[in-house]
Design a protein around this ligand. Structure first.
Ligand SMILES: NC(=O)c1ccc[n+]([C@@H]2O[C@H](COP(=O)([O-])OP(=O)(O)OC[C@H]3O[C@@H](n4cnc5c(N)ncnc54)[C@H](O)[C@@H]3O)[C@@H](O)[C@H]2O)c1
Length: 368
């Protein structure tokens, strides 16, 4: 849709990913998104973004939510603030696009999805990498039967966060690798295969005391409160007689050399990114082994943070479900929560939430 009025949007939370990812990539889709302002509890951060390309600096969240000119917020605060900020926005009648995880707890995610529905608002959530041309190309070929029946998938993402992220302490105290990075492969898996019905989790706090190695708090020792290392085995809810199974490895302690995302079928497999849009495809066949393929035309190398927001904006104008749907993000969060619960209980745990089938992007993407 090229003739829509752009959705008047405020970025709430103006840290690393707002400055380096969302602001530039939302501005790449001016027909869909108009960044009308910025709010951060640290005013200097909001001012820094406004100084680049204009926009109002809001003094409080209430000021954003009371502004009738604002239609939507993009919630880029830290994990623990996703739920209260998104809920306040939905209650004030604003559409919400949130960074992952949608919330810390599944109960909170249920409330967000239900509040959006009952107020006639759109609730969308990152990650949006599934909208990438590489991911869409692979998904289409899987649907067309190129690798036969899907039998398994694996995902891996993580690494020692305190060595590169200035807010690592908050990530390790309130989210951990399961809530923070497992949404990448889980969103790809649940899109390409289907929902997860049962999980087996094995997770621990491996390194409870850490020292910040970067940023203004460099040298500061902190205590890890969330499990920082582990894996989950997944059973998908699929019609195939023998089912389909998954494995995810997530750690803020060790960087594994497992591929970020693989999907396997009875006739072959694909290996690709679940985090970035581009960076090519590897395909496995029994005859040829693993072979590199070029990325499809138009692929974006890196992560295009704006695509999910552009699709969300079109969903608002067309009154349809956003592709990066809040209900799927709620399911992904529940899978993570159940993995941690299964690890504590020492037995498999069922996942109850489900979500509407996400539609493929199609030949002409909403942002084109
Ligand atoms: N940095 C990355 O590589 C990355 C990648 C993908 C997703 N994310 C996600 O994006 C989110 C933000 O990450 P980041 O790396 O930008 O962190 P960050 O610490 O750099 O920025 C977060 C910002 O939110 C602000 N904030 C926190 N709570 C707030 C509240 N209640 N109201 C207003 N402002 C508030 C902080 O002051 C800070 O400026 C996280 O959920 C993270 O999972 C980050």
């Amino acid at each position: 849709m090229t003739n829509m009025t752009p959705v008047r949007t405020v970025i709430v939370g103006c840290g690393m990913i707002a400055a380096g990812g969302y602001q530039p990539r939302c501005q790449a889709y001016p027909k869909h998104i108009e960044l009308v302002g910025f709010y951060d509890q640290d005013k200097a951060r909001a001012s820094a973004l406004a100084e680049r390309e204009g926009g109002k600096v809001y003094a409080s969240l209430e000021e954003v939510l009371n502004d009738p000119h604002v239609e939507a917020i993009v919630n880029l605060t830290l994990h623990i603030s996703h739920y209260p900020v998104s809920l306040a926005a939905l209650k004030a009648g604003k559409h919400v696009y949130s960074e992952k995880p949608i919330s810390i707890k599944t109960d909170e995610a249920n409330e967000l999805v239900e509040t959006a529905e009952s107020n006639g608002l759109k609730m969308a959530c990152a990650p949006s990498a599934i909208l990438g041309y590489v991911q869409q190309n692979v998904w289409q070929r899987i649907r067309e039967g190129e690798i036969g029946d899907v039998i398994s998938a694996l995902g891996n993402f993580g690494g020692p966060l305190e060595h590169w992220h200035p807010s690592a302490e908050a990530f390790l105290q309130h989210a951990g690798p399961f809530r923070d990075v497992a949404p990448y492969p889980l969103t790809a898996m649940t899109t390409m295969i289907g929902p997860v019905k049962t999980v087996y989790g094995f997770a621990r706090v491996a390194v409870p005391k850490r020292v910040m190695q970067t940023g203004p708090r460099e040298g500061h020792e902190f205590t890890v409160k969330e499990k920082d290392h582990g894996f989950g085995v997944l059973e998908y809810d699929v019609p195939q007689k023998d089912g389909a199974h998954g494995f995810i490895y997530h750690s803020f302690t060790v960087t594994s050399q497992l591929p970020p995302y693989e999907i396997h079928g009875t006739k072959g497999g694909f290996s690709l990114q679940a985090h970035d849009d581009g960076r090519g495809i590897k395909k496995f066949t029994p005859q040829g082994g693993w072979q590199d393929e070029p990325s499809p035309e138009k692929s974006f190398v890196g992560l295009d943070w704006g695509k999910g927001v552009a699709d969300f904006a079109e969903a608002i104008r067309m009154d349809r479900n956003p592709r990066c749907n809040g209900a799927q993000a709620r399911h992904v969060l529940e899978v993570c929560e159940r993995i941690l619960e299964s690890s504590d209980l020492g037995r498999p745990v069922d996942v109850v939430s489900r979500f509407p089938d996400p539609p493929p992007v199609g030949d002409v993407a909403p942002w084109e």
